[in-house]
Design a protein around this ligand. Sequence first.
Ligand SMILES: C[S@@+](CC[C@H](N)C(=O)[O-])C[C@H]1O[C@@H](n2cnc3c(N)ncnc32)[C@H](O)[C@@H]1O
Length: 232
Amino acid sequence: MLIPRLKNWLLSVTDPEIAIISGIIRKYANSQDKADSLVDACDKVFLQRLRDYPVALKLSFWENHFEWMSLRAYPEIQGHILDFGCGSGHSDIFLARNGYMVHGLDLSPVGIAIAKHLQAMESAEVNKRLSFEVADIIKDRENPILFDAAWSAHVFEHIPDPAPVLAGLGNWLKPGAHLLISVPLGYAYDDPGHVNHFADGEELKRFLGETVTVSRIDISQEYQVIRALCSY
Ligand SMILES: C[S@@+](CC[C@H](N)C(=O)[O-])C[C@H]1O[C@@H](n2cnc3c(N)ncnc32)[C@H](O)[C@@H]1O
């Protein structure tokens, strides 16, 4: 336990890419108003990542990541895409580099600060296709843009009650828009933040309820994820 922690700490101070992100995480972690416990919990995920898995804060970790690459199999997810629960936005950088137009939204100011730091290093061409925003999908609706489609990877296993979240997400989308949801299969990638586990597509369908229509379920044994293609 101590040796991996020490190794991770060493990496976070010696790897220049991680060291900058570590600075962002620590600055926000120390300055945030902790009044909103949900926001605080979302921010803490990045402190945890820095401590336990800092390599996932590097762009190279996400370069050929199966989650953002899976969008190629879903032509319904096209146009101006909302990435709901984008976290640190690493995937969105690669989506934009690969021609997708994407807006990352997250409740965590730390996640979006990292995403904006990464965005600032991208070319003008990539920047034209990329934007980020801190917002709670349930409450805030200052952004007047209605998106063509939405993608949400590894978010719904953290959400106890999906109905208000799916309803909130619907307010950001054009009528009839598609939404692709990806969650771990069963107990894969398990961590204490996972409040839901989906053994199969039927469980995921039941969980998503009636706010959206599920048109396709795919299970990847290789990557241990279940995906639901939904529409509003
Ligand atoms: C496990 S992370 C997934 C991040 C990213 N999609 C990925 O695959 O690496 C889940 C994210 O959902 C965000 N989230 C949860 N509830 C939210 C809400 N109501 N509004 C906006 N973001 C939310 C959290 O802040 C967190 O960054």
